[in-house]
Design a binder for this molecule. Structure first.
Ligand code: C5P
Length: 287
């Protein structure tokens, strides 16, 4: 019998809200955010092997090598003494890198969860979250997926009931932005509070419609000031008819939520007519 192998999807996320609350002693920023998995995904093929090699083939040349997050996740399981086999990973990227959509983070979480299952490692959700947090701040969220409240530096995850299903236009401004560069330029005057996040969490817990006007992102004005391509894409999406446009994470990706497919398609077609790099996606529930 050949060694077990599976395909697993690694869903992207958006931040429905993101509040940067202040700077912590460890240099990271304290956050409050509602994160949501969406239907844009990378795909991993994961095969357990009999040798002790961990390899990763990727369809994007810049991610080949030893330090993409998928391979680092498998190495961490081995370095911690859990994984005694080798693993051959194949990664098909569709989530844009450095986009604010958590692509690399989702790949890492998918590897942790899949190897835990394939090799029957018996790691609890809590232990998987701890390992994930060592690889990056927003990786623990992807151990759960769906809708969740994120706190701390991003590693404290409280799963929430799934939010109402929404169609989403996901637009990529023609610029790539490093998360570290964005966080470095936040000044205390720009720190936000938890009001929007609290209101959105409350609505989700009650099973109410999302208060779309309360979706917000502390980093958005700063990124739009420093990277005008983001502000311009946002303006063009609004002109195309999107009622609400928000930035995800540290950007530059923008999203516009819709309750009906008709509305979403109208704006999608108008946006494509304006040469915006846009995709029609939707929220993905935890299950
Ligand atoms: O944890 P991760 O490696 O994903 O973070 C990338 C960078 O983003 C960090 O080096 C840090 O500069 C910044 N960051 C931050 N506060 C957070 C998360 C990330 O300042 N809560």
């Amino acid at each position: 019998m050949s060694a077990p192998a599976i395909f697993v999807p690694a869903w992207a996320k958006i931040n429905l809200t993101l509040s940067v609350l202040g700077k912590r002693g460890d240099g990271y920023h304290a956050l409050a955010s509602v994160m949501q998995t969406i239907s844009l995904k990378d795909t991993l093929r994961i095969q357990v092997t009999d040798d002790d090699r961990i390899t990763c083939a990727v369809d994007v040349p810049s991610l080949r090598g030893d330090d993409n997050l998928a391979i680092r996740a498998a190495r961490l399981l081995r370095d911690e003494g859990y994984l005694t086999h080798g693993a051959a990973l194949e990664l098909r990227k569709e989530i844009p890198a450095q986009g604010g959509l958590g692509g690399g983070s989702s790949d890492a979480a998918a590897v942790l969860v899949a190897l835990n299952r394939l090799c029957a490692l018996g790691l609890s959700q809590t232990r998987l979250e701890e390992l994930a947090a060592r690889l990056g701040s927003d990786i623990p969220f992807f151990i759960h997926g769906g809708t969740a409240l994120i706190e701390g530096r991003g590693e404290l995850v409280t799963p929430l009931p799934d939010c109402e299903p929404l169609w989403l236009l996901i637009a990529h401004p023609p610029v790539s932005i490093s998360t570290a560069a964005v966080f470095q330029s936040v000044t205390p005057a720009e720190y936000g509070n938890t009001h929007d996040t609290d209101t959105v969490v409350e609505a989700i817990r009650c099973g109410s419609q999302l208060p779309l006007e309360r979706l917000s992102n502390t980093l958005e004005p700063l990124v739009m000031r420093n990277w005008p391509e983001v502000a311009e894409t946002c303006e063009r999406l609004l002109r195309a008819g999107a009622p609400i446009v928000r930035m995800s994470g540290s950007g530059p990706t923008l999203f516009a939520p819709f309750r009906t497919l008709d509305e979403a398609i109208q704006v999608y077609e108008a946006a494509r007519g304006q040469n915006i790099d846009v995709r029609l996606c939707h929220t993905v529930a935890r299950a």
